[in-house]
Design a protein around this ligand. Structure first.
Ligand code: BGC
Length: 337
């Protein structure tokens, strides 16, 4: 259902964008809308956000630029935002590694007349106009319930993440813990393992957790590279099939590992739409106006504007169906069911 909601919303927005262009000056007189989409780290997860951005930019004739730092890097993100402000971009969609440190630069962009929205991970206290992405608290809860089901309500779980400042990570962990609190025999091993989106470090931390906690039953991988990194450590420790993994995201690596039984379940985000809808929303704000565009978007009870792109729980049982959905979006994958 949600999938159809998101897709129809996209269609409505595209329709609005298309209809608004009727009143515009002729193509040769019109200035091309220029937007930037900023992600968090180099990873196949972000390639899909970029794909969504590029598809929408092509269809709507928007000049769109994409940037991700090599790993989580707050100063680099701020530097890129400053560059896009200096270059006079019309709109910016950003995924902040730290929601608080971007507040001043997002204010600066807004004061300069640049429309700013967040995607993937929110910065609700900034001047961003809306958030497009996963409802991370709910998704974390879904992961927690799945974990409890896999462990039959009993076991030791370690949590691994790439950030303890980004809101998506914190919300997923909060949702996960709130879900497993209903199962008194599930114990979370503290502290949370943090690797700043450095894959080698993630594998090393997971390996150390296995050594220090010989009775460990499972890992919860909060970010895209965490599940596969934990799976590599589990395999190296000879504990494949004994130590379970609930991961976020569905890159090729995840799909192969689900098929191999190394990852039990993955919470797939529909990040294609984070990129796609960022372009549609910003383009409409520039051409149809901020108010008119925001009127079309879903609101929370307190009036905040949030487009929930939805999640999919992927296991070995529905892997083939999930891959068909990726095919529909044009997301390439080497994994064949
Ligand atoms: C998160 C991103 C993160 C990516 C790569 C995803 O689950 O939503 O914020 O950058 O994983 O680790």
């Amino acid at each position: 259902m949600r999938r159809y909601f998101v897709i129809s919303l996209a269609l409505i927005m595209v329709f609005c964008a298309a209809s608004c262009t009727k009143e515009e000056p002729k193509a040769e007189e019109a200035k091309k809308v220029r937007i930037g989409v900023l992600g968090k780290s180099v990873h196949p997860y972000w390639d899909v956000v970029r794909l969504g951005m590029e598809d929408a930019a092509r269809k709507l004739n928007v000049d769109a630029e994409f940037y991700v730092p090599p790993t989580e890097d707050i100063p680099k993100q701020i530097e890129i935002l400053e560059t896009w402000i200096a270059q006079g971009f019309d709109g910016i969609s950003f995924a902040p590694s730290d929601p608080n440190s971007v507040i001043p630069v997002i204010k600066k962009a807004t004061d300069a007349g640049i429309y700013c929205i967040s995607q993937d991970t929110d910065a609700p206290d900034s001047a961003r106009l809306c958030y497009i992405g996963t409802s991370n608290y709910t998704a974390g809860k879904i992961a927690g319930k799945k974990m409890a089901e896999i462990l039959n309500g009993k076991g030791e779980v370690a949590i691994c993440t790439g950030s303890i400042t980004a809101m998506n990570s914190l919300e997923r962990i909060r949702g996960f813990k709130d879900a497993v609190v209903d199962y008194p025999d599930i114990k979370i091993v503290e502290p949370v393992l943090v690797d700043n989106e450095n894959t080698a470090k993630a594998v090393e931390l997971a390996g150390t957790a296995l050594l220090n906690n010989p009775d460990l039953d499972a890992f919860f991988g909060v970010y895209a590279f965490n599940g596969p990194s934990a799976a590599k450590a589990v395999r190296a420790a000879g504990k494949a099939g004994k130590v379970h993994i609930v991961a976020f995201d569905t890159t090729d690596e995840h799909l192969f590992m689900i098929d191999d039984g190394l990852i039990d379940a993955a919470i797939g985000q529909r990040q294609y739409f984070m990129g796609y809808l960022s372009v549609v929303a910003l383009r409409d704000m520039v051409q149809a106006g901020k108010e008119a565009t925001m009127m079309l978007m879903p609101k929370t009870e307190d009036g905040d504007v949030i487009i929930d792109t939805g999640v999919d729980v992927v296991t070995k049982d529905n892997l083939a169906d999930y891959v068909k959905m990726l095919d529909k979006w044009g997301v390439k994958h080497d994994f064949k069911p």
